[in-house]
Design a protein around this ligand. Structure first.
Ligand code: ATP
Length: 411
């Protein structure tokens, strides 16, 4: 109103200009609102296959299998649920599939709250460790089964099964029964049955664990590539950290039903948020050494009893800010330690070679340092013998410190 009065009180020329200006502003606003609403529409379409868990809890009597887990799986993402046996991975997956009913919490697929939807209406396809193929049906019929259940016309079924079989390179097996298949072929058939439905989400529960080591490594890469090509949002359960590291876009690490960390493989490896995650990811695992934080003449040190060494100021500062006491656990990955055969100024940790583990491409040395056994990766031509003395230097830019009481990472 005030704007209109102002316009009316201006001389004609100026008022025309202001009218022109207000028209431009009006049009610009209309355009912006169109762009925003189209953007929102695109985001909505793009997020159709997002999976969202909000405060999911599932109990079996006294056991809290899944404890207040919240996480988002992005559209087309390959997310791995990783953790030790019994940590609640399968139960989480089964809740998403609709095979378990959560006690509390919400599950969204796309924008839809699916808690009340039966499994068949969730548009997800599950691949199990056991493959769960029908033994009396040929491979063709096993793959075709979900389409027959949905009363898809016969000609379309034939077309889709053919296409999936070509994709998985199992066309020549379509007339065989499951007992005539190798583990890898049975696994592909189970995958085919999931893919043929063209679901919004794949849920995979340790699908490679029945395969021998060599085939598992091969299928790992195949499955990763297939998921990328199909662009289907995937939640994949495994207890194998190498599988998780090599396949996942992001890893959700669980322990005792609780989500410990959700991040990219690099991030969980380089910046584990807890002692549990640090020890679970990496092979050989991170070395942990009980120690005490000290400050002398403005310099910060780590004192492990059998050795002491200075730490960068930034680490000292973080410890002073975050630690609940001076009791820490030092974490060092085997590849972040240098072994010297002679005493050198930068190597302030002295140990004795306890065991050598040659792996062809490298040697893992186990060194006894006081009561600690420290694993170190060395090049394959590094020559030492059991019982030799050796001196270690830790890469202080890559060491980790955990609060002894809370087991949370400080750095
Ligand atoms: P694994 O890798 O061994 O399959 P997991 O991480 O997938 O383990 P879940 O199978 O989800 O773990 O089990 C989580 C916890 O819930 C375990 O303590 C398990 O014993 C318990 N549990 C799972 N299913 C049931 C059930 N139907 N009845 C009772 N307890 C169950």
């Amino acid at each position: 109103m005030a704007f209109k009065n102002f316009v009316a009180s201006q001389p004609r020329k100026e008022s025309d200009q202001l009218n022109e200006l207000s028209k431009l502003i009006y049009e610009a606003r209309a355009r912006i609102s169109f762009i925003i609403s189209s953007g929102l529409y695109l985001i909505r379409v793009k997020n159709l296959a997002r999976v969202r868990l909000k405060n999911l809890t599932k109990r079996f009597g006294e056991v809290v299998a899944v404890n207040d887990v919240s996480l988002d799986v992005e559209d087309k993402e390959f997310l791995v649920l990783l953790g030790p046996s019994g940590c609640g991975k399968t139960t989480t997956l089964r809740c998403v599939a609709g095979l378990e009913t959560p006690d509390t919490g919400e599950i969204y697929i796309g924008d839809t709250l699916v808690n009340e939807l039966p499994p068949k209406d969730r548009d997800v396809a599950m691949v199990f460790q056991s493959y769960a193929l029908y033994p009396h049906m040929k491979v063709f019929d096993n793959i075709a089964f979900p389409l027959k259940m949905r009363k898809v016309p016969k000609s379309e079924i034939e077309e889709r099964v053919k296409r999936v079989a070509e994709l998985l390179k199992i066309t020549h097996l379509l007339n065989r029964k499951p007992k005539q298949l190798s583990g890898g072929e049975a696994q592909r058939t189970a995958l085919g049955r999931a893919i043929v439905r063209d679901p919004r989400v794949f849920l995979m529960d340790e699908p490679l664990s029945n395969l021998d080591a060599k085939l598992r490594i091969y299928m790992r890469a195949e499955l990763k590539r297939l998921q990328k090509d199909l662009g289907v949002t995937t939640v994949y359960v495994t207890h194998d950290q190498v599988e998780a590291m090599t396949m996942a876009e992001r890893i959700a690490i669980m322990n005792y039903g609780v989500l410990q960390q959700l991040a990219t493989p690099d991030k969980v490896y380089d910046n584990p948020q807890s002692l549990f995650v640090a020890g679970f990811i990496g092979s050989p695992p991170m070395n942990f050494i009980d120690c005490t934080f000290m400050e002398k003449s403005g310099e910060c040190f780590i004192d492990a009893g059998v050795f002491t060494f200075p730490i960068p100021d930034a680490i000292g500062h973080a410890v002073k800010q975050q630690a609940t006491s001076s009791k820490l656990i030092l974490g060092v990955r085997p590849e972040d330690i240098l072994v010297h055969k002679k005493r050198v100024p930068e190597a302030n940790v002295e140990g004795e070679v306890y065991v050598l583990e040659p792996l062809g491409s490298e040697i893992v040395l186990d060194l006894k340092v006081g009561e600690n056994l420290i694993k170190v990766k060395t090049p394959p031509d590094f020559r030492v013998n059991t019982g030799d003395r050796a001196w270690l230097s830790f890469d202080t830019n890559r060491i980790h410190a955990f609060d002894k009481k809370t087991e949370k990472a400080i750095v």
